[in-house]
Ligand binder design. Sequence first.
Ligand code: AMP
Ligand code: MG
Length: 483
Amino acid sequence: MSAPITFDNSYGQLPANFYTRQALQPVTKPSLIKVNLDLAHQLGVDPTWLQTKDATQVFAGNALLPGADPLATVYAGFQFGNWNPQLGDGRALLLGEVLTDTGQRFDLQLKGSGPTHYSRGGDGRSPLGPVLREYLVSEAMNALGVPTTRALAAVTTGEPVYREQQEPGGVLTRVASSHIRFGSFQYFSGEQDQASLRRLADYTIDRHYPDLQASEQPYLALLNQVIEQIAQLIAKWQCLGFIHGVMNTDNMLITGETVDYGPCAFMDTFKQATVYSAIDQQGRYAYQNQPAIAHWNLMTLAQALLPLLHDNEDVAIEQAKAALQTFPDRFDDHYNAHSADKLGLTPSKVSRALFSEFLALLETHELDFTNSFSGLADRLESKTPLLPTDDWQQWMAQWHAALQDSQDKPAARHRMQQANPYVIPRNHLIEHAIQQAYSEGRFDQFDALLEAVTRPFDPELARSRFAQAPASDEIVKRTFCGT
Ligand code: AMP
Ligand code: MG
């Protein structure tokens, strides 16, 4: 039989100061929860093998496939604005990379697989709850069209993990275009190790942005490219009501994929200042702050890249500043485009104003973000306002006027149905799925929720329980990293 996964590792070819090789740390009694057959297909991983006991052993970190080369990578980061010169994969292990038929390269990483050189006293493990949560939310994000890391498999370890209470342990197999973070560059910048910094930049360009090699200033082009990717990403988050919760620079990928589904959450009732993360006491990573935080994070990335931009520091700073100044407009362009889609309009000053006004009304009347948008398509023909109030009636009249000006109704409906999901991974449903796993050791709620969140735009689900806002006693107000 051919190998179930063919590895083609490149990160481990980089110099030894980029990572620490790490032996596996087996768990006593692994058991499979879920494998992602669609993703396996995309990766060229044998789907039949995926469901075998052998595969479970691999996903638990108990067995090594031929060609895997487990290592923990080093990075640094600004956490809640504070510089931390050395972090690294403290509870994750890069097994290796796969190269698909279409030439795409992906990291395969175990998360929760035990302590590494970078664990800083932590146990390197993950409770089952965060594993289930990441599986659900990352796969939902993918289905919603948001760049993201994926989930290939989830297993229980059969071992307890000790947090505030004892919890069952789990391991997630995470797939990403790579795990190169802003913090990966910042580590070498902090070490004042320019050679490694350059090496990482070259590797990143080669792996992710090969077109930039032809650029006159490839490192400046890299910075510009990352600014663009992040502008696209955050615009999508904002238009879906997604709150990341820990936008530290070690949690920002250079590819602009969403990573680190810790205390993240989709909003139910809309409020600009919403914060879910229990540790974000200042509200630094509140919904409304995400674009500005992304900009700040890009500024710290640019700072790390300065020595690569130009030998003359003043020139380098000018170039970085000019690049960073493009972020607000880039973000606005993407945000305008998505927000216009959500209203079935073409982007313009009018669509932008209507969108802002809509959000303000949601906040005033404490309405559900997702369902208010998905309910709009039904109002293309009727002028029934979301609520029978003057302000809503006025908004509806203005929206209908804009629709008349812009385009035909079927086209508008189509745009809206592609932009306004019926189903998001609602916090209370995630909680229910986790509770069932903890109390009964069963995953049928998890399975059903996963099935629903990976069909977010399916009108068949519009009236299902997955599309309903939480009842008042179900509302989740706080989320936790769970680390
Ligand atoms: P996070 O805020 O979840 O992105 O984690 C920040 C850093 O803490 C990363 O370097 C993690 O690898 C590390 N970390 C988080 N939880 C653990 C844990 N249970 N054991 C070891 N390291 C951890
Ligand atoms: Mg992290």
